[in-house]
Design a protein. Structure first.
Length: 314
């Protein structure tokens, strides 16, 4: 006696009936790199297929994706010059872009990355002291909320930032603004293309290992996640995603909150290059993103979002 599994795979229609995991447009969060100026739409040299946009270009750029069901974007600033004041200014890049998008697409969920690294001279995500950095991050988060951001996403990995941000939002009248915490963010080699794109690279020899997590650890990720949940996070991010599917799976079984996987720039570029070189078939993109959902992610932040949405059957 043996089981006949192959009856579940005889043709595509049958395989579809037995399929357990799907990608939906609503699963995807599109990262957007915002620059100053007008009519700016330039491809990022180290990230083929990904553009810099000035705020005035966003409505036009997103129109085809909104039509295909895009529901959520994640905003990153790429300022012309360094200096902390611009992070919380109402004229800051994220603040401007948020106001434009809120008017153009009121139903679009706006998520903002809350960090300092694009603005600090040394490229670090802090200004030295942990708690003072948290106070600054809270001020940035409030300025984003005031500009219409629905969800703030602190990516700095300071201790207690979610608590500081939650307090500040409540005190400033933004009690319903959500926090999507980069709870388990590892000191990864896969952020290289993003750092070049957002000009937040560190001096040679410097790293972010005193705040981002050691990639040898897994139990610690659960402790980080539990702390962020206790401090008031509404959703949590595991980052990177592809080499961290075990962390996503463990987070899923240990945390009831919505879990977001960040398919980071290095993962994107590796796969993109392999496809361009003909080393792997283009369907590897689908396979990779499905793996993140199969592991337990509710949603995925990915630079593949445009190509996935534009190729989706509706
Ligand atoms: C900034 C930040 C980084 C990324 C997202 N936010 C860089 C870093 O922490 O070093 C990486 C995203 C990517 O690689 O796609 N704190």
């Amino acid at each position: 006696m043996f089981e006949r599994f192959r009856t579940q795979r005889t043709d595509e229609g049958t395989r579809l009936q037995f399929r357990e995991t799907f990608l939906r447009a609503a699963d995807f969060i599109l990262p957007l790199f915002i620059v100053s100026g007008f009519r700016q739409c330039r491809e990022i040299s180290g990230l083929p297929g990904v553009n810099y946009y000035s705020a005035d270009m966003l409505q036009q750029a997103l129109a085809p994706l909104i039509k295909m069901g895009l529901q959520s974007v994640l905003l990153f600033p790429v300022p012309d010059s360094k200096g902390i004041e611009a992070t919380y200014s109402e004229h800051g890049l994220v603040q401007q872009a948020s106001r434009v998008l809120k008017i153009a697409y009121p139903g679009l969920e706006l998520i903002s990355d809350v960090c300092l690294c694009a603005y600090t001279v040394d490229g670090h995500c802090h200004i030295g002291d942990n708690d003072n950095t948290c106070r600054l991050l809270a001020r940035i988060a409030v300025s984003h909320a005031a500009a219409g951001v629905d969800i703030v996403a602190p990516s700095d990995m300071m201790d207690g930032r979610v608590w500081f941000i939650r307090q500040a939002l409540t005190e400033s009248g933004y009690a319903t603004t959500k926090i999507m915490a980069y709870a388990a963010k590892y000191a990864s080699n896969f952020y290289g293309p993003f750092r070049a794109a957002s000009q937040c690279g560190l001096a040679s020899g410097a790293d972010r290992k005193t705040y981002q997590m050691d990639y040898c650890n897994s139990n610690q990720a659960l402790a980080e996640i539990a702390a962020d949940v206790a401090e008031g996070a509404d959703q949590i991010i595991v980052k990177p995603a592809l080499s961290y599917l075990d962390i996503i799976a463990r987070a899923k079984t240990n945390c009831a909150l919505s879990l977001v996987a960040y398919n980071v720039s290095g993962e994107y570029l590796m796969l993109k290059n392999a496809i361009t070189q003909g080393v792997v078939a283009p369907d590897a993109v689908n396979e990779t993103l499905i793996a993140m959902k199969r592991a337990g992610a509710t949603r995925i932040i990915s630079y593949f979002t445009p190509e996935i949405l534009l190729n989706m059957q509706i």
